[in-house]
Design a protein around this ligand. Structure first.
Ligand code: SF4
Length: 239
């Protein structure tokens, strides 16, 4: 492990329109953080709880998890069935409990305690390399933990970010079917200036939920319509 605390990504040159889109979205959504958390282990548990369920459901199941097992040690000491019963309301509870136990066990073995505080002392590359060795943790989840709880200037590409960036014309997928590959995640991240990454991520999520839906984007009321090429949208009937 190096002694690097935070990386300073090279300055990304971007068209003025990227800054204008970021400003328009910030003015509408105010960088709302979607209830994400400051502690990296809490954030990771929160993301595990949020898998394939609705926001009210995962907020409730994470709150239940945290109130019954307030620390990493409590989770490490708990059994899978105990954890599954606690988060049952969020669905897929057995799968999520299994992942939580496996993650806690690996973290405790690697760092001597069930905590991810040590990540603060690691470089971006080291953090991402470690987190992506954990069960259920891919590049997107790793970058969410890095961005939300470690203050790193990364850009997690979730389904909303990917859809909106494509419609804007900021990126073309390299995969058949338009799926976002790890390489595409890196390509999109590299196009977004470091200082805009947090803001654009959280505000794309807000826009994707409210207006730029997968099936029926409401372009007529969209705050960034003036900058959008609407790639793949024009042929879709809007109602
Ligand atoms: S103009 Fe339409 S396609 Fe473009 S970001 Fe807005 S809602 Fe999405």
């Amino acid at each position: 492990m190096t002694s690097v605390k935070k990386s300073s990504p090279p300055k990304t040159k971007a068209p003025r329109s990227v800054f204008e889109v970021a400003a328009a979205l910030k003015s509408r959504y105010h960088d709302f953080d979607h209830y994400n958390l400051d502690d990296p282990l809490d954030e990771l548990m929160f993301i595990v709880c949020s898998t394939k369920t609705t926001e009210p459901s995962y907020l409730a199941s994470y709150q239940a998890l945290k109130s019954v097992f307030p620390s990493g040690q409590c989770l490490l000491d708990a059994t899978e069935p105990e954890i599954a019963a606690t988060i049952a309301s969020g669905g897929l509870s057995n799968t999520k409990a299994k992942a939580i136990k496996a993650i806690l066990s690996i973290v405790a073995t690697r760092f001597g305690a069930p905590t991810l505080e040590v990540l603060h002392q690691m470089s971006d590359a080291e953090i991402e390399r470690f987190l992506t060795t954990l069960p259920t943790v891919g590049r997107k989840v790793a970058r969410c933990v890095m961005m939300y709880s470690l203050g790193r200037n990364v850009f997690p590409v979730d389904t909303h970010c990917w859809r909106i960036a494509r419609r804007l014309g900021w990126i073309r997928p390299t995969q058949k079917g338009g799926h976002c590959s790890p390489r595409d995640m890196d390509r999109l991240q590299s196009k977004i200036p470091a200082e805009l990454r947090f803001s654009l991520h959280v505000n794309f999520v807000s826009l994707g939920r409210e207006i730029c839906n997968a099936r029926k984007p409401k372009c007529d009321i969209c705050p960034i319509a003036a900058w959008c090429k609407k790639i793949g949208v024009l042929r879709t009937k809007q109602k």
